[in-house]
Design a protein around this ligand. Structure first.
Ligand code: NDP
Ligand code: PHD
Length: 340
């Protein structure tokens, strides 16, 4: 487990990616007690210089022989295969691994944590690994938690509208390149996604199962139940990629165990740390990706009754997938562990 110190050394595996870059900004903004920083990426980024907390740090190529001596935390935000290879190895060597991938999330020996929702799961780290949820699960559980605590959530129907940054830096470039090409009447190249994403949307995230479900949809269901410790909660989802650069939006329909008026739901959500109720439709106030970009809070709006079922509510949630959906959640986990 983590030894108490005045400052800690962090290694970021995948430092040059969409999540990795955000992690550096967040460590700086939150003035994380840093004793040292080791930045790792692929060979093509080795030698690049990045800044954090007023210092320059040089990116190292991640190799079999990379040494992690003196590292307290490893944030892995690279690829599934890097998580598989380095997560267990570093965890066994006494480094606290905070992993962004989907590889360990459902492992019963690995806590899956959103600190505002289930920080107590950090008490035991049998493999030395903590997983952070998928970037759509995190805002979902942040919105469900206060409702579940208040009256119990029976069933959830969630439809996501996920920005391209959820796929990483290359997908952000693809959306911008396609948009420029279309404006100039040039041919569009689709390399990251199977179809053009600019001025389009794809009801497809991850891979399809035999039954026609996307892997992303399966992750949302399983991860939500694990984090809320609600193994029988009925959850179904449809995940959609939209031509937005940053922030994932979600339409959430909830069936509750007991009545809760929209005003009571608004009050419960407003009291939830990390949630910002942004809800005054008559003044055209509702969360949009441009509002939540670069923000830490999970924005919740369009809170209203669903009269088609008993005790039904509808919500609209928007959250920055690179911050609360990934890098911020990871830094908050490290902060919780440091606080002890
Ligand atoms: N984007 C998001 O919203 C979220 C992402 N995640 C997870 O976070 C992780 C990173 O995602 P994201 O930042 O979006 O991805 P990016 O594609 O933007 O970045 C990938 C990073 O991994 C590095 N990398 C790739 N291959 C290797 C290799 N062989 N050796 C060393 N480093 C390598 C890249 O280095 P280089 O630049 O040199 O290629 C880059 O730093 C993934 O596991 C993803 O599932 C989780 C929640 C949300
Ligand atoms: N799948 C998310 C990003 C993510 O969180 O993926 P993973 O579950 O593999 O960490 C997206 O594309 O928007």
């Amino acid at each position: 487990m983590l030894k108490k110190k005045s400052a800690y050394t962090i290694a970021i595996l995948g430092a040059t990616g969409a999540v990795g870059k955000e992690s550096l900004e967040i460590l700086e903004e939150r003035n994380f007690p840093l004793a040292g920083l080791r930045l790792f990426a692929s060979k093509r980024s080795a030698g690049e210089v990045m800044t954090c907390q007023g210092k320059e740090w040089t990116v190292e190529e991640l190799t079999e022989s990379s040494s992690f001596a003196g590292v307290d935390f490893a944030f892995i935000s690279a690829t599934d295969s890097i998580s598989k290879e380095y997560g267990p190895r570093l965890g066994a060597a006494g480094v606290v691994v905070i992993d962004d991938s989907g590889v360990f999330r459902m492992d019963p020996q690995v806590p899956l944590v959103v600190p505002e929702v289930n920080a107590s799961a950090l008490r035991s780290l049998p493999r030395g690994i903590v997983s952070i949820p998928n970037c759509t699960t995190t805002p979902l559980v942040m919105a469900l938690k206060p409702l579940h605590d208040a009256v119990g959530v029976k069933r959830v129907v969630v439809t996501t509208f996920q920005s391209v940054s959820g796929t990483g830096a290359a997908a952000m470039d693809e959306l911008l390149d396609q948009t420029r090409a279309l404006m100039a009447f040039r041919d569009v190249k689709a390399e990251v996604y199977p179809y053009q994403i600019a001025f389009n949307l794809l009801p497809h995230i991850g891979s399809f199962s035999e039954g026609g479900e996307c892997s992303e949809e399966i992750k949302i269901v399983r991860e939500t139940r694990k984090i809320l410790d609600a193994p029988t909660m009925r959850v179904t989802s449809t995940t959609v990629r939209v031509p937005v650069l940053r922030c994932h939006s979600e339409s959430i329909n909830v069936e509750l165990e007991k009545p809760l008026t929209p005003n009571e739901a608004r009050a419960a959500l407003a009291a939830m740390p990390g949630v910002l109720v942004y809800d005054d439709p008559l003044k055209k106030l509702y969360p949009m990706p441009l509002d939540a970009t670069g923000k830490d809070e999970v924005y919740v709006g369009r809170i209203r009754e669903d009269a088609s079922v008993t005790n039904g509510l509808n919500l609209w949630v928007v959250s920055d997938n690179l911050r609360k959906g990934a890098a911020l959640n990871a830094v908050q986990i490290a902060e919780s562990l440091v606080r002890g």
